[in-house]
Design a binder for this molecule. Structure first.
Ligand SMILES: N[C@H](CCC[C@H](N)C(=O)O)C(=O)O
Length: 276
């Protein structure tokens, strides 16, 4: 089976994007892991499938698979690359697109300056929605990680996030504690672990150990979750610049049940075919 794909990235979070409308694509988890492998395959953090919608209120459906082959509910940087992809491949002329994802409809918009802004929907805090094991909803939780009590915020952007405050992301235990938090038993579906350094009320630095992919250069939903956590803790204003190792994302949230807005860059790296 030969599959055409486009390699893209959004602030260094990289994707293999596949048009599954104009080509028949049936990939096993093992084949996805092979494609994502940075030595034996193409290499990516996530693989995105662009499909026809299954609901009348959507223009497209996009499915998201982590490098470990797991299918997930949401991907913020992927949503931006998705919009660039469907425009570049003439799959639509619309600038505002309703996209069906496993966690509901998101509405990305291609701006005139080429950047993409995505309405990522409202954050969810109820433990059952994250999902997270807790007796009740709280602003922060104590998580026992390898015998140390860590304070986290827990929320869902459609996918689960744990957010920790650190003094300096450069020295934060992202790869050690992040890996343990990802598989912590209180997160039955695993979790993305974000390490946030507050620079000032409109600027944070962020590193994310992503569920199913390890540390990435940027995480769109992770940036949304970190800013929502920071605003909820009274530490951030409504619009925040998020500095990641891969670039800068802009997040805004009005609080409560209002949507989180994500804006950032997208880059086409190359087009190719892979034989499976
Ligand atoms: N690793 C995430 C999916 C990709 C999210 C990230 N790449 C983004 O830009 O939001 C998860 O398992 O929920």
């Amino acid at each position: 089976m030969n599959i055409k794909f486009t390699k893209m990235h959004g602030a260094g979070n990289d994707f293999v994007v596949i048009d599954a409308i104009n080509q028949t694509v049936n990939l096993s988890a093992e084949q996805i892991r092979h494609i994502a492998d940075r030595h034996m395959g193409v290499g990516c953090d996530q693989l995105l499938l662009v499909e026809r919608p299954t609901r009348d209120d959507a223009d497209f459906r996009y499915r998201i698979f982590n490098a470990d082959g797991s299918e997930v509910e949401q991907c913020g940087n992927g949503a931006r690359c998705f919009v660039r992809f469907v425009h570049d491949h003439s799959l639509t002329q619309q600038h505002e697109i309703r996209v069906e994802t496993a966690s509901g409809i998101i509405v990305p918009k291609l701006e005139n300056d080429g950047r993409v802004t995505v309405n990522m929907g409202a954050p969810r805090f109820e433990p059952v929605d994250i999902p997270f094991v807790a007796t009740e909803r709280a602003l922060t939780y104590t998580l026992d990680v390898a015998g140390k009590d860590l304070t986290i915020c827990a929320l869902s952007m459609g996918n689960p996030h744990a957010v920790l405050l650190v003094d300096d992301v450069d020295t934060a235990p992202v790869t050690t504690s992040g890996a343990l938090i990802e598989i912590h038993p209180r997160f039955p579906n695993r979790v993305n672990a974000g390490f946030m350094q507050i620079v000032d009320r409109s600027h944070i630095r962020l590193r994310v150990f992503e569920r199913g992919a390890g540390e990435t250069l940027a995480c769109g939903t992770g940036a949304c979750a970190a800013v929502v956590a920071g605003i909820s803790l009274g530490l951030l204003d409504q619009q925040v610049e998020v500095s990641t190792h891969g670039g800068t994302l802009t997040i805004s949230w009005g609080g409560g049940n209002t949507p989180v807005w994500l804006t950032g860059p997208t880059v086409n790296v190359f087009e190719a075919e892979i034989s499976l």
